[in-house]
Design a protein around this ligand. Structure first.
Ligand SMILES: Nc1ncnc2c1ncn2[C@@H]1O[C@H](COP(=O)(O)OP(=O)(O)O)[C@@H](O)[C@H]1O
Ligand SMILES: [Mg+2]
Length: 238
């Protein structure tokens, strides 16, 4: 069986500065795959190229049997690749429910949208309580729940999460990671970028370590959790 996502020798540049320098990795259906690495390694740039927000300068992206090179962002979403971006980017003045509806914009007026909203509220009961509240008045953790729920509204076959636990309290971080585990258990395929390497590796079927635009190490989550260089560089051990 071929991979759901297959990235081959991907390069992405900002002007003359190359941020992603020829990376290759795959995500199989049903897997959680994580990209870890320090600030500036190129993780966000990679996800933005996958979701059609940045144009790669070289390499190929195959998703669900299709070539994604040059496919614009709205089309990528409709092919089933959803992106919950770094920094969340929810619409602060719109209500929680309006934000969720925008996540389903590719299926305007479809009655199944109501079912998907209900599923969001089952996954995140907190969002149901706050459904009529402007999203910008919620806590960071609640806004993160909304960003994830909104990405799921397009019924993606691959969900990309960029730093879902960034800036959250330890308790909220645990809650968000528990939800990622719940999504995994229900069969959602996830590409996870996380600063909390320990939590990400614990969940991941496969993991890649990025440094300055390159993948320098890969293995199963368990292998990298026990790798000495990873423990020193990313898990705060010496
Ligand atoms: N909009 C941009 N313009 C120019 N350089 C950028 C831009 N966004 C990111 N970069 C640079 O690209 C590199 C990779 O950044 P990024 O993908 O955000 O890394 P990460 O998500 O791993 O922290 C960094 O050197 C960063 O400074
Ligand atoms: Mg980033």
């Amino acid at each position: 069986m071929s991979a759901l996502l297959e990235v081959n020798e991907l390069r992405v540049a900002y002007g003359k500065v190359e941020a992603v320098k020829g990376i290759s990795f795959t995500v199989d259906a049903g897997q959680v795959v994580t990209l870890i690495g320090t600030n500036g390694a190129g993780k966000t740039t990679t996800l933005q190229a996958l979701s059609g927000q940045l144009l790669p300068s070289a390499g190929s992206i195959r998703f669900d049997g299709q070539d994604l090179a040059g496919v614009p962002a709205h089309k990528v979403v409709s092919l089933g690749l959803a992106h919950s971006p770094e920094g969340r980017h929810i619409f602060p003045r719109l209500t929680v429910e309006e934000n969720l509806l925008l996540g389903a914009y590719i299926r305007k007026d479809d009655p199944s949208i109501a079912e998907d909203i209900e599923r969001s509220y089952e996954l995140f009961p907190r969002l149901r309580e706050r459904r009529s509240q402007p999203a910008g008045t919620m806590s960071g953790g609640e806004q993160q729940m909304l960003a994830m729920a909104r990405a799921l509204m397009c019924r993606p076959s691959l969900l990309m999460l960029d730093e879902p636990s960034m800036g959250l309290s330890p308790i909220m971080m645990q809650k968000i990671m528990a939800t990622v585990a719940e999504l995994k258990a229900s069969g959602t395929t996830i590409l996870l970028v996380e600063q909390n390497a320990r939590a990400a590796l614990a969940l991941a079927d496969h993991a890649y370590v990025m440094e300055t635009g390159r993948i320098v190490l890969s293995g199963t989550g368990a292998e990298l959790l026990h790798d000495e260089s990873v423990r020193k560089a990313y898990l705060g051990e010496d």
